[in-house]
Design a protein around this ligand. Structure first.
Ligand code: F6P
Length: 337
């Protein structure tokens, strides 16, 4: 997005204090992002305020001064020191009015918000309603934001899945069992598919691979590798299939020859020290958010495409148009013969 030179100066001069918050599901690397945003902002002469508990803290006025030391010793920590919340109140005009009033009273001129789809959606509405400069950072393990190759937390969650499935493989092989391992992802199958590649799983059952067929039936009809009696299938959480539990129930009834077990990895996928990949990504995207504000950009999310920083309009980021790499879906099939 190109901004006229005189307009850029106007934006820069009008922003003195930047508020930062994390919202929605936490993701490893959020702290590294908070650190990068805070320090880059201070380096560039801005004041920084931390907003606790995401949009909820804007409404309940939990806003604190942030200094360089506020973000010391956090790059290696999972979770978010700013805490996070899901905030239904921010979805109402009244909630957003209170949030705006509190933000202005605290002297905050612009916001940096770190989170997933819901966070960016909230930012988009708030920015339009109150003409607030907002830059977003993609912070979610789901990797379901468009316009960026990866999101902060995705790599760490993938590594967590990999370690867990490696362990399950031992017991699956010993007992010659079929394991359905359910992973997170909201409505997206990135964790399941990439987790399947990384662990050598026999299959991934994900919404993106559905062509209206019965993925379980196809899988069983095609048979697992003849040379072994155990199998690991990564399953994206999905109310339509019933997730891992739903599939295991079906196997019990329809294919009783298999001894099926279920493991739901759940919230442990969101915890842990961020990987180097996520720390570096968060640091780059956090610094880029301040560059964006300095350049007079607004309503954009910082992202990464082919290793380069990009600014993604909020409307694109939440458009759900990200295309899954079809070759990777094929790869799981090929490598499990
Ligand atoms: O968006 C992140 C995520 O972990 C999803 O993968 C999952 O569906 C959801 O959040 C769980 O949310 P909660 O922690 O509110 O149960």
């Amino acid at each position: 997005m190109s901004i006229p030179k005189n307009a850029r100066h106007k934006f820069m001069a009008s922003i003195k204090c930047i508020g930062i918050l994390t919202s929605g599901g936490d993701a490893p690397g959020m702290n590294a992002a908070i650190r990068a945003v805070t320090r880059t902002a201070i380096y560039n002469g801005f004041h920084v305020k931390g907003i606790m508990r995401g949009y909820r803290g804007l409404i309940s006025n939990e806003i604190i001064e942030y200094h360089s030391e506020s973000v010391s010793n956090i790059i290696q920590k999972g979770g978010t020191i700013l805490k996070t919340a899901r905030c239904p109140e921010f979805k109402t005009p009244e909630g957003r009015k209170t949030a705006y009033d509190n933000m202005k009273a605290a002297g905050i001129d612009a916001l940096v918000v770190i989170g997933g789809d819901g966070t960016i959606t909230g930012a988009r509405i708030f920015a339009e309603e109150y003409d607030v400069p907002i830059v977003g950072l993609p912070g979610t393990i789901d990797n379901d934001l468009s316009g960026t190759d990866s999101t902060i937390g995705f790599d760490t969650a993938l590594n967590t899945i990999m370690e867990a499935v490696d362990k399950l493989r031992d017991t699956a092989t010993s007992h010659e069992r079929l394991f359905f391992v359910e992973v997170m992802g909201h409505t997206a199958g990135y964790l399941a598919l990439n987790g399947a590649i990384a662990t050598g799983a026999e299959a991934a059952i994900i919404p993106e691979a559905s062509t209206g067929d019965d993925q379980l039936k196809t899988l069983i009809d095609n048979g697992f590798r003849k040379s072994k009696n155990s199998a690991i299938v990564l399953v994206a959480e999905n109310p339509e299939t019933g997730g891992a539990m739903g599939l295991a129930e079906r196997v019990k009834k329809e294919y009783p020859q298999y001894d099926a077990r279920v493991t739901i990895l759940g919230h442990l996928q969101r915890g842990g020290s961020p990987s180097a990949v996520d720390r570096i990504l968060a640091s780059r995207l956090g610094a880029a958010a301040i560059t964006a504000l300095k350049e007079g950009q607004r309503n954009v999310m910082t992202g990464i495409r082919n290793g380069e920083i990009v600014y993604v309009p909020f409307s694109l980021a939440i458009s759900h148009t990200k295309q899954m790499n079809r070759d990777n879906i094929e790869l799981v099939k090929v490598l499990s013969i």
